[in-house]
Design a protein. Structure first.
Length: 344
């Protein structure tokens, strides 16, 4: 980070993103880090693993604004990662997604403004674009809440609110890659939903880099998107089988799960028309207009040329070999392969 924050709060701080960001900030020299989550067992495990007096642990739930406000007081920067992220569970319990991803996020946003936090970065997902499932809809509403609050407080406010959006994080908790590892090691069939589905593939380190980029560069209401390659689910499974040298391992196609798409979209054409290509990232500028639209009817606006949605079917497509190369950059895969080799 170009400007190191004095103190940082990470909601959902015991999750995959939270723990990685926490360690990076400790290494960078941040003097106070607050981990906010509702799971005391994970907090205790992380506390014993880190043993660092700079880290303070807060038990609470973003659904409860009072507990959020208590953890937020005096904080310089907030990374909002707490969420319900599993598509099937949100499909079966959509009001839980509403309470956490929408109401809980609004609690975080409002508490950050009231506390005078310098920067709030809210983490979103590709599933928020053209959402068809409860998880995506709730995260899309989170983005709308952040944009509305940013518009409301304006560019000169003490607090800068931004959002980031990225695709599947490789080897994150609940993702398909650790599931494949468990199935291979247990001798159970690898279960595929639909081999032709495509998904963005992004190492956790890239999601952390995106959030840090937003902290350093965001103007009020900005949204940042990380460009990423993709592969089919079938090619991902084949790459895993080849890495573990089990080409004859059984594969079972189980069909589409509740609320799934054939491909995911990171940015719509309409967003890209307002966007700025920054190389590895895309900045979507805030729409700061108010409800007085009449001026725009008379003034007009030049329409951009034809722009296509940016999705996992038209991004850079990784074949099996390239997918293996990307997998081998993950420390978790390196560790699992070493253990697998030792056990044979």
């Amino acid at each position: 980070m170009t400007q190191l924050p004095e103190s940082v709060l990470i909601t959902g701080g015991t999750g995959s993103f939270g723990k990685t960001m926490l360690r990076e900030l400790l290494a960078a020299g941040v003097q106070e880090l607050r981990v906010f989550s509702r799971d005391e067992e994970k907090q205790d495990a992380l506390r014993n693993d880190l043993r660092d007096s700079r880290v303070r642990f807060y038990i609470g739930d973003i659904r409860d604004k009072t507990s959020v406000e208590r953890a937020m007081a005096g904080v310089d920067c907030v990374f909002h990662a707490a969420a319900l992220k599993q598509v099937p569970s949100c499909e079966f319990f959509p009001m839980e997604a509403v309470r956490t991803n929408i109401i809980g996020s609004d609690n975080v946003i409002r508490a950050a403004i009231e506390a005078g936090v310098r920067s709030l970065v809210c983490l979103s997902t590709d599933k928020a674009v053209f959402p068809i499932n409860s998880m995506g809809i709730s995260k899309s509403m989170m983005e709308k809440l952040a944009a509305s609050a940013a518009r409301e407080i304006g560019p000169d406010a003490k607090t800068t609110i931004s959002t980031v959006r990225y695709g599947n994080v490789m080897y994150s908790r609940g993702s398909v890659i650790p599931l494949f590892v468990r199935q291979i090691k247990a001798g159970n069939p690898i279960t595929l939903t639909a081999p032709e589905m495509t998904r963005f593939l992004m190492p956790l380190r890239d999601s952390v880099a995106l959030v840090r980029y937003a902290f350093d560069h965001a103007a009020q209401g900005d949204k940042f998107i990380k460009k990423a390659p993709a592969s089919t689910i079938g090619d991902l499974a084949t790459a895993m089988l080849e890495l573990f040298d089990v080409p004859d391992h059984p594969v079972e196609v189980i069909g589409w799960r509740h609320g799934e798409k054939l491909f995911e979209t990171l940015a719509s054409a309409q967003e890209l028309a307002q966007g700025e290509d920054l190389g590895d990232y895309i900045r979507i500028h805030s729409d700061a207009r108010d409800l007085n639209y009449s001026a725009y009817f008379s003034e007009g606006e030049e329409l951009p040329g034809e722009v296509e949605d940016y999705h996992s079917h038209n991004t850079k497509r990784l074949d099996v070999s390239a997918t293996k190369d990307l997998l081998l950059t993950l420390p978790e895969i390196q560790d699992e392969l070493a253990l697998w080799t030792e056990s044979k």
